[in-house]
Design a protein around this ligand. Structure first.
Ligand code: PLP
Ligand code: CA
Length: 302
């Protein structure tokens, strides 16, 4: 479209982008991999950017794994990435509690998977819930009274493949009966690649269920919230104006980049299609867009 605010990535734009940044922040699903499948040309692209002296950081909203578990996934896909270069929404949730001086004497109720539990334990917090509670069921008989642990001071909701009515009630009671209880969402993605070939309901659907029940909005710690950026900046000597956020989702990745002052590059290798980007109803415009990260290799070598 002639007046479209996002530019297609040309050789000239790629060179000027690379010259203007010190770091690339890569979203993972839809950019690096799709489910468990590596996207074509990713190793070559990362190698080239590293050879050019760029710092590479990986930011995922998927809370199912911890940073440690993600570094194993990168390695299994043949990519050398250190744990410290990976920022997950599970880590963000634990860091949010730490930063807000959440008392280690209180407990955290988790609607979510092992990644959140592991990050909480590493940060020194006690937790309840997780996949274990997927085996529990409520029998809604007359006079049934649901007991919950009154020492829960925070509820974290992320993607939970065993999400059920028990967890919904547990999380709701903690929040409803303790006005000081924090309600934290790892992310609100409507869908996610739980498998390589299909999209599935994302954490946002589970957050919506709890939020509807308690009639409260959660604190979101994953993208597009800028929360993770503070940790990134503390970990590395970087300036957001000299970073480029590369992602496939407009309302998480590109918004995160824009919220934090980064340059933004949308890749069409994930969930967003060109017609969606160019639709008149879309008001999130990346600086640049291209088909996949591999295009950088071809363009920078022209
Ligand atoms: N959450 C879940 C459960 C997912 O499966 C995915 C993608 O597969 C995401 C979030 C989005 O992850 P990312 O931020 O890496 O695109
Ligand atoms: Ca993505």
């Amino acid at each position: 479209l002639p007046n479209h605010p996002s530019g297609f990535l040309t050789a000239e734009a790629a060179r000027s982008l690379v010259d203007s940044v010190d770091a690339f922040l890569f979203d993972c699903d839809g950019v690096i991999w799709k489910g468990d499948k590596l996207i074509e040309g990713v190793p070559e692209t990362l190698d080239l950017l590293r050879k050019m002296g760029k710092k590479l950081v990986f930011v995922t909203n998927n809370s199912r794994k911890s940073r440690r578990q993600y570094s194993k996934k990168f390695r299994a896909l043949g990519l050398e990435v250190m744990e410290e270069e990976i920022f997950t929404s599970s880590f963000a949730a634990a860091m949010f509690l730490k930063l807000n001086d959440f008392s280690p004497e209180k407990k955290v109720y988790v609607v979510g998977e092992d990644g959140i539990l592991e990050e909480l334990k590493l940060a020194g917090f006690k937790c309840l819930g997780g996949l274990e509670d997927g085996k529990k069921n409520i029998l809604l008989e007359a006079n049934f009274y649901f007991e919950h642990d009154k020492s829960v001071g925070a509820v974290i909701v992320g993607l939970d493949q065993y999400f059920n009515y028990y967890k919904m009630q547990y999380a709701s009671l903690c929040i409803r009966e303790n006005p000081g209880c924090l309600f934290i969402a790892t992310n609100r993605d409507p869908t996610g690649h739980m498998t390589s070939s299909q999209e599935w309901p994302g954490a946002g659907t589970m957050v919506a269920a709890v939020s509807c029940s308690v009639q409260k909005e959660p604190i979101v710690v994953g993208k597009p919230s800028s929360f993770l950026m503070d940790f990134l900046l503390k970990s590395f000597n970087l300036e957001t104006s000299r970073m480029c956020m590369v992602g496939d989702r407009l309302d998480t990745d590109i918004l995160f980049g824009q919220n934090t002052g980064c340059k933004t590059l949308l890749v069409l290798s994930g969930v967003t299609t060109l017609p969606e980007l160019q639709d008149a109803s879309n008001n999130i415009h990346p600086d640049l867009y291209t088909n996949s990260v591999y295009d950088l290799v071809g363009l920078l070598q022209q």
